[in-house]
Design a protein around this ligand. Structure first.
Ligand code: ZN
Ligand code: ZN
Length: 157
């Protein structure tokens, strides 16, 4: 996502906090700055680490309290890959229809978009008498490295 779009998304979230009378504390600012300066999909613990690089005082509790606000605002999407923890995706504001493939070992997440998938979803929905409201396609697989070496060198978290 381009920097200006990230900036706009960040401002939207700050407005969202304002509408709920939530203060923009320095901790929260560090969290928001981290979220809206990455294209990467992250976990709560990753966000905590990034935020602490900006402001050492950021607490785990504040990160866990801020994440539901981010998802509620619609600017960040929560993703469940069947792990003990969720992933968060900051790219939905710009690409609302993208899908994901994740490596079962290193948890590398790759985004993709395809007109064919959209057409197929529309076709199936139409046939079953539905209209598509939202879609979510997640594929779990083995990345190149896992296929080749039997294990990935870089593990997430
Ligand atoms: Zn994504
Ligand atoms: Zn892998």
């Amino acid at each position: 996502m381009a920097a200006t779009e990230k900036q706009a998304a960040k401002q939207k979230f700050i407005d969202f906090l304002g509408q709920r009378n939530l203060r923009l504390t320095s901790q929260r600012q560090a969290i928001i700055d981290s979220v809206f300066s990455t294209d990467e999909h992250f976990t709560a613990e990753q966000l905590l680490e990034w935020s602490r690089r900006r402001d050492k005082s950021v607490s785990r509790a504040t990160v866990y309290r801020t994440l539901p606000l981010l998802t509620e605002s619609g600017l960040v999407r929560e993703m469940d890959f069947g792990k003990d923890y969720k992933f968060y995706d900051p790219n939905y504001a710009e690409h609302p229809n993208h899908s994901h493939i994740i490596c079962q070992d290193c948890e590398r997440i790759v985004e993709f978009e395809s007109d064919k998938i959209e057409r197929l979803e529309n076709e199936i929905s139409h046939r079953l008498g539905f209209e598509v409201k939202s879609q979510r396609l997640q594929i779990t697989g083995r990345c190149e490295e896992l296929k080749k070496l039997g294990a990935c060198r870089k593990k997430a978290c």
